[in-house]
Write a protein that binds this ligand. Sequence first.
Ligand SMILES: *[C@@H]1O[C@H](CO)[C@@H](O)[C@H](O)[C@H]1NC(C)=O
Ligand SMILES: *[C@@H]1O[C@H](CO)[C@@H](O)[C@H](O)[C@H]1NC(C)=O
Ligand SMILES: *[C@@H]1O[C@H](CO)[C@@H](O)[C@H](O)[C@H]1NC(C)=O
Ligand SMILES: *[C@@H]1O[C@H](CO)[C@@H](O)[C@H](O)[C@H]1NC(C)=O
Ligand SMILES: *[C@@H]1O[C@H](CO)[C@@H](O)[C@H](O)[C@H]1NC(C)=O
Ligand SMILES: *[C@@H]1O[C@H](CO)[C@@H](O)[C@H](O)[C@H]1NC(C)=O
Ligand SMILES: *[C@@H]1O[C@H](CO)[C@@H](O)[C@H](O)[C@H]1NC(C)=O
Ligand SMILES: *[C@@H]1O[C@H](CO)[C@@H](O)[C@H](O)[C@H]1NC(C)=O
Ligand SMILES: *[C@@H]1O[C@H](CO)[C@@H](O)[C@H](O)[C@H]1NC(C)=O
Ligand SMILES: *[C@@H]1O[C@H](CO)[C@@H](O)[C@H](O)[C@H]1NC(C)=O
Length: 510
Amino acid sequence: MSRFCVIGLFGLSALSLSANATSWAALPMRVLRSLIEADAVFNGPTVSTYFGTPPQEVNLTVDLAADWLAAYAYDCILCSGGTSFNPLLSSSFQSLNSAWMNSIPGFSGTEVMDWVSFGGILNAPDRQFALIESGANYTLQATIQNGHLGAFVNPSNDTSSSAHIFSQLYQSGQLLNPVVGFRFDPSNPKITIGALDPADYDGDLNWVEINAPSASFDSLNTFSIDGLKGYNGSFIPIGNSLTANLDSLANTIAIPNVSTYISSPGFMGPINPVISNGILAYPCNVTTPYVALSATINGVDYQIESTGSLLRPYTSFSPAEGYCSVGIVNKSDTLLPPSVSLGLPFLRSVYLAYRFPTDGCPGYYGFAFPAGANRTSSQISQTPTSTPTKSAQCLVFTTPTSTPLPSTEVTAQQKLLSSDKYNVYGGEDEAVYLVGVDDLSQMDFLAPVSAAPAPTSTASSNSTKVPMFVPQPTQSSGKYDVFGIPQHELVTLVGVDDLPQMVWNTTEVN
Ligand SMILES: *[C@@H]1O[C@H](CO)[C@@H](O)[C@H](O)[C@H]1NC(C)=O
Ligand SMILES: *[C@@H]1O[C@H](CO)[C@@H](O)[C@H](O)[C@H]1NC(C)=O
Ligand SMILES: *[C@@H]1O[C@H](CO)[C@@H](O)[C@H](O)[C@H]1NC(C)=O
Ligand SMILES: *[C@@H]1O[C@H](CO)[C@@H](O)[C@H](O)[C@H]1NC(C)=O
Ligand SMILES: *[C@@H]1O[C@H](CO)[C@@H](O)[C@H](O)[C@H]1NC(C)=O
Ligand SMILES: *[C@@H]1O[C@H](CO)[C@@H](O)[C@H](O)[C@H]1NC(C)=O
Ligand SMILES: *[C@@H]1O[C@H](CO)[C@@H](O)[C@H](O)[C@H]1NC(C)=O
Ligand SMILES: *[C@@H]1O[C@H](CO)[C@@H](O)[C@H](O)[C@H]1NC(C)=O
Ligand SMILES: *[C@@H]1O[C@H](CO)[C@@H](O)[C@H](O)[C@H]1NC(C)=O
Ligand SMILES: *[C@@H]1O[C@H](CO)[C@@H](O)[C@H](O)[C@H]1NC(C)=O
């Protein structure tokens, strides 16, 4: 049976704004349990972010190497992901009437402004971002879903540096410290903005300065590393004065020459791999092999997790029967630095801190071990070779004493859903929440029957009229029957008479 009625009205609760001076936010991230080897599968981390008034939840893809902020429009053509932003639902939305400056043919949008918030705790009113309206680019479809949180503050340009959302939150006095903490590991993935939570990591933070030698680099979040070590603990010979960047959109570790690693059992261990279509793979149908690889940064070895990160589960995407793919690939551009690109297998194995550039300080990455990870005390107690010169000025932070709870915002999407469930006409499935029913504000749907005649002779007919409503507060002159309610219960409707452009039609139901 179907019913069509409106029960209860939804109060409009405004976004609760607390002016949080010097606060911080801890927000859960979503990551895959195991990385998957397939060009078209999204492996990236996402974090829930609120856009607009009332807030809409958009799960932005976290990108460590870029600085732009974007949300996918709800009517974006070919954009991927399950959440998006609908400007029509936001009272604070402003279009800036210009194309997004990074637009390319397969990935384009416009510059817009609206409220942006992390957990309802850290708020950026009138925040400029890109509203992506076209997302046909196949590569970007697979690497970015819902929108983009560029988590890199570009230091090469003061204007763009101070325009970053992290800088704005810091400048507006909302952040305890100019730092962001990341756990990309599947056991407790999270991002903290404004403070580093000592409960999130083991060992001391090993800080290195981010210093791309030239602004023409592909990626600017580049720093020096000592090298990569294989199974026997020796450095793999891939060059001197090595540099690395962090890439949260890549599911691989990219090195100059994979052959150097696999041509030597000393580095790779006692395994007979294959390379199929450029993908390194290990036999895994009898035992689960261990992929040995560590990144050494400022004298500290960071072991890269094998299961679920470097070694992928056997799937239909695996390169050969009985083999699991391994996320170690050739770097596509071997001429330009950085020498090594540390993607998600590395990021899922460490705790990462980012001190973004402010107050005459450059940017720094700090590395530690994720609390709860399988690390020995001798791994955790490794000491860095050197300490950055400006440590006293730039790397002393206030430890938070309590964790601000993200406010439970009722999002615009949730507000659109009815408070009651409704059966679907003709449907055998469970009752559903309907969009918009509760927002028919002040409509007195089940008002007493007036003396006025019904607009059509419904009493003698089986046909049932199902009007479509637009909210208006005046009672109708006629009375109407309601689908699923017996004929004698004719009702007046609110607003029906007052709407010149009302969409009003009848549905014959026999
Ligand atoms: C968005 O992220 C939140 C928090 O991680 C999660 O609860 C929600 O299910 C996500 N939505 C979608 C459509 O993935
Ligand atoms: C898709 O986007 C990537 C990254 O911006 C770009 O390198 C590539 O050329 C684009 N592909 C097409 C077909 O436009
Ligand atoms: C700095 O960045 C802004 C915005 O990203 C850009 O408009 C401006 O041209 C840049 N200035 C320089 C000197 O590169
Ligand atoms: C890649 O490494 C292999 C094995 O060490 C070596 O034979 C080959 O010359 C290297 N290729 C380049 C371009 O360095
Ligand atoms: C590790 O293996 C490499 C390559 O076979 C070799 O050059 C190196 O000497 C080995 N290191 C140790 C400590 O055995
Ligand atoms: C990786 O690059 C090296 C050197 O350019 C080349 O010899 C090797 O065939 C490449 N391996 C794969 C799997 O593409
Ligand atoms: C494992 O895979 C290899 C290579 O395809 C195959 O020869 C072997 O029979 C497989 N073993 C089992 C136990 O499935
Ligand atoms: C912890 O790591 C060691 C090697 O470092 C491994 O032998 C052991 O199985 C791991 N334990 C868990 C629970 O992953
Ligand atoms: C009402 O519908 C029933 C069953 O569909 C039919 O038997 C009956 O004749 C209809 N009555 C009128 C007045 O159309
Ligand atoms: C009512 O519905 C019919 C059939 O779908 C359609 O032909 C007619 O134009 C509609 N009338 C209005 C006012 O929308």
